[in-house]
Design a protein around this ligand. Structure first.
Ligand code: GLA
Length: 381
């Protein structure tokens, strides 16, 4: 982290000859509650000690500059007439936030930003939300916009919808902005309010294993899933699937395809699992928590169909090991990480044997991450 800060800071000073304002914005994990956020349901994320460091200062040169240090890519732009760049370009995260501020009539002037992160891209740990939040947080400070954290996460989310083209829920931006050290947040995505849970699994620990793949079409598949959920809530005459029970869904079974029925059923069940998981954590019942996590993967794989071969393989490996209480894919899906609840004393062995098996099966490496639960977006003093 200190390396990250010093490299961003020194690049900024060398390039723009002035001291910057420095922001850290974290990525997130999610214990359970996947694809429930845009159904107004419950999720259970936590901010982590990996994220984005961004350096900002006002510019009086009549133009703004954004510099993505990781990619050694920089772009100059004017604040007027912003429009999305080609799909997939990193600057859409920056432009999207500016455009959303402008849509809300917030006045900002020209500025320069340099940023760099240590969240592996495509890992399902929300590097996008971390970047959006760092930009909105930095601009809020720089131009004294008076935005609340809630205002900021909604701006970040809309940037993703309108400039990046992913109709995401609010989980990632919320977790990144509101994270609390050593805590996970049980977030009600309807009220956008959360309850913190201190996470100390005693002789067990969470670890992430990255498949190091991100399958194409994941964005369109994501938007498709969301449309299916909205269509079915429409049929049910409710605001979101959060309001449905399995019995309600049964009543309209003949009006939907079997595939879409399973998707809606998954959401209802996953929402229920998130709530049950919070109760299991309260009781310190890790076996139940682990089973809920395995159940979540099973649903994501077979009902919601957002997993992939590499993720399923990692979860199968976990199931073979009695020291792993639960494992599942994490985030939107189609690649990225699994999250695993593992006995501390065997964690190294588990990581080693899984990495070996993965290499043998796919002829490429997976990566193992140990993360700490950390505070949300903040100024680096
Ligand atoms: C992505 C989205 C989130 C959420 C998850 C799935 O990370 O950005 O809003 O929907 O997928 O739970």
């Amino acid at each position: 982290m200190n390396n990250l800060i010093s490299s961003v800071k020194s690049t900024f000073i060398n390039t723009f000859k002035t001291e910057p304002l420095l922001i850290f914005s974290p990525g997130r994990i999610n214990i359970i509650g996947e694809h429930t956020d845009y159904n107004d349901g419950f999720v259970f994320p936590a901010a982590v000690n990996k994220g984005i460091v961004a350096a900002f200062q006002k510019s009086d040169s009549g133009i703004s500059t954004a510099y993505a240090l990781d990619m050694d890519s920089s772009i100059e732009f004017s604040l007027e007439h912003l429009k999305p760049s080609k799909q997939g370009n990193w600057e859409n995260y920056v432009f999207g936030v500016i455009a959303e501020l402008q849509n809300r009539s917030h006045k900002i002037g020209n500025f320069n930003v340099v940023f760099k992160g240590d969240i592996p891209a495509g890992s399902g740990m929300s590097s996008s939300a971390a970047l959006e939040n760092s930009i909105v947080y930095g601009l809020n400070e720089l131009f004294s916009l008076g935005l609340s954290k809630h205002d900021m996460i909604h701006i970040s989310q809309k940037a993703e919808h309108n400039y990046v083209g992913v109709n995401c829920g609010i989980m990632d931006q919320y977790a990144s902005m509101f994270g609390i050290e050593n805590n996970a947040l049980l977030l009600d995505c309807r009220t956008v309010a959360s309850k913190p849970y201190e996470i100390d699994f005693k002789d067990h620990q969470l670890i992430l294993i990255n498949t190091n793949v991100k399958h194409s079409l994941s964005d369109s598949a994501y938007n498709d899933r969301r449309s299916v959920c909205e269509h079915i809530s429409g049929l049910l005459g409710i605001k979101a699937l959060r309001d449905a029970t399995e019995a309600d869904l049964e009543k309209i079974k003949n009006q939907v395809t079997p595939e879409n029925y399973q998707k809606a059923l998954f959401v209802i069940q996953e929402n229920d699992r998130a709530i049950k998981a919070s109760k299991a954590i309260e009781k310190g019942d890790l076996v139940t928590l682990g089973n809920l996590i395995y159940g979540s993967h099973n649903g994501l794989q077979h009902q919601y169909k957002v997993s992939c071969e590499e993720l399923d393989f990692l979860v199968e490996q976990a199931k073979l090991n009695k020291d792993v209480l639960g494992a599942r894919m994490m985030g939107g899906g189609f690649g990225g990480c699994t999250i695993n609840l593992v006995a501390k004393n065997t964690i190294e062995d588990f990581a080693k044997s899984t990495s070996k098996a993965y290499k043998e099966r796919f002829n490429k490496a997976c990566s193992v991450y140990f993360v700490e639960l950390s505070n949300g977006t903040h100024i680096i003093k």
